[in-house]
Design a protein around this ligand. Sequence first.
Ligand SMILES: CC(C)(COP(=O)(O)OP(=O)(O)OC[C@H]1O[C@@H](n2cnc3c(N)ncnc32)[C@H](O)[C@@H]1OP(=O)(O)O)[C@@H](O)C(=O)NCCC(=O)NCCS
Length: 169
Amino acid sequence: MKGSLELRKCDPGNDLDIIVSLEREIFRPSEQYTLGFINWLCRNCTNYSYIAFMDGKPVGYIISCIEGLSRGHVISVGVLSDYRRMGIGNALMCRSICSMAERGIDHVILEVRVSNTPAITLYRKLGFDVHGVLRSYYNDGEDAYLMILGNDKFEALIRKCCSVTKQPP
Ligand SMILES: CC(C)(COP(=O)(O)OP(=O)(O)OC[C@H]1O[C@@H](n2cnc3c(N)ncnc32)[C@H](O)[C@@H]1OP(=O)(O)O)[C@@H](O)C(=O)NCCC(=O)NCCS
């Protein structure tokens, strides 16, 4: 990869503007979350959410949350178009999943548009499988795949990406 990539844990006090501007640039208006929801996510899911900086410039982000004791949920991930296919999406996914694994999750879920081949390919490569179709999941009526990383594939990803010491829940 050209340039130096740094992944920094989201700081809710300072990073809201960065995440909002990345989200606005990466996603179409109809796909964007409201400012209030991004604010809520930044404040409640900080420990598992990261911003990617390339040579100091913010170029991507991931927001994930833990639900209950054992489920990680990737809520939003995106990389600016000029910085795609450089491994940044993969690095963000791994870092976020590892930080949730340290807190004891044993599987990860996410939803993705059925037309979103780049994201689906990335998720499959990480070990996610399609577990169902959520009909008309998005505001514009498009269906989503519910994808899950669990069991052996979860363990394999953790072995590959993380040096995890599980903490008690
Ligand atoms: C999905 C997304 C985050 C991937 O980010 P990225 O930094 O380009 O991903 P990576 O470079 O880490 O790609 C890892 C692998 O994913 C797959 N992949 C990524 N983009 C792909 C594409 N356009 N077509 C096919 N496969 C793709 C490839 O297998 C790739 O590995 P390779 O480059 O060695 O072949 C990025 O395309 C994006 O921001 N899209 C718009 C926002 C979005 O749709 N987010 C997901 C919402 S659920």
